[in-house]
Design a protein around this ligand. Sequence first.
Ligand SMILES: Nc1ncnc2c1ncn2[C@@H]1O[C@H](COP(=O)(O)OP(=O)(O)OP(=O)(O)O)[C@@H](O)[C@H]1O
Ligand SMILES: [Mg+2]
Length: 246
Amino acid sequence: MSADTILEAQGLTMRFLGLVAVNQVSFALARGEILGLIGPNGAGKTTLISLISGTLLPVAGELLFEGRSINGLPPHARAHLGIGRTFQVMKPFPRLSVLENVTVGALFGFGGGEHNRSKAREQARALLDFTGLQHRVDQHADELGGPDRKRLELAKALAMKPKLLLLDEVMAGLTHAEIDEVVEIIKKIRDSGITILVIEHVMRAIRSLSDRIVVLHHGEMIAEGMPDAVLADPRVIEAYLGKRRA
Ligand SMILES: Nc1ncnc2c1ncn2[C@@H]1O[C@H](COP(=O)(O)OP(=O)(O)OP(=O)(O)O)[C@@H](O)[C@H]1O
Ligand SMILES: [Mg+2]
């Protein structure tokens, strides 16, 4: 492992009953990098993120974060180390306000979180400005429309001050203009020093964001490399076309 590797996965495998959702996946993430994770529906992308954040435990394989094994650690311990994520199916606290939802993130993040409540609220407000939700701070989370829920999910994850941020389809259902906004936000997050693994079906966004792309298909890593080469790889094209024909 080189000095600037933040995360390394070796032979990660996850099974659900008979189904192998993630099969012997190995890759490394360099600090400061944006890695795109793509693949057809059901390829195992969300499962892989859940293995990294600790909401699922693998049946085999090893995960190293900053050189240390995190295999046995529960999700909150991984959050304390600096691993943050968003959820594809969003999980806000529905009856808390937008501001309170993000404040909770700040109270439970990196290093055990911010212990001072008013500081946590300040940080939450700043992140709501950053993600474009400043006009929604006092609404209940369950009153938000789809795009604003995605922004909330992003603000919550950022409030935990991650070193590594795992993004699961934060652009799904957004308009072209909204996608461009989120792409810019993600670039700014990386420029602030956060390493990012981004799952996305919007290829335009993946191409413009990713330093490197990993492709999953039926749980297997079928390609890895620079965006243009990976997206032109016949195996990758076949994986997507085959899925569309099915
Ligand atoms: N908790 C679970 N129990 C049983 N099977 C599961 C579970 N979670 C995922 N799966 C199965 O594992 C496979 C991979 O699912 P996963 O959600 O990781 O795919 P994905 O690549 O994120 O797909 P999508 O692009 O549709 O979000 C699928 O066949 C899915 O049905
Ligand atoms: Mg998914």
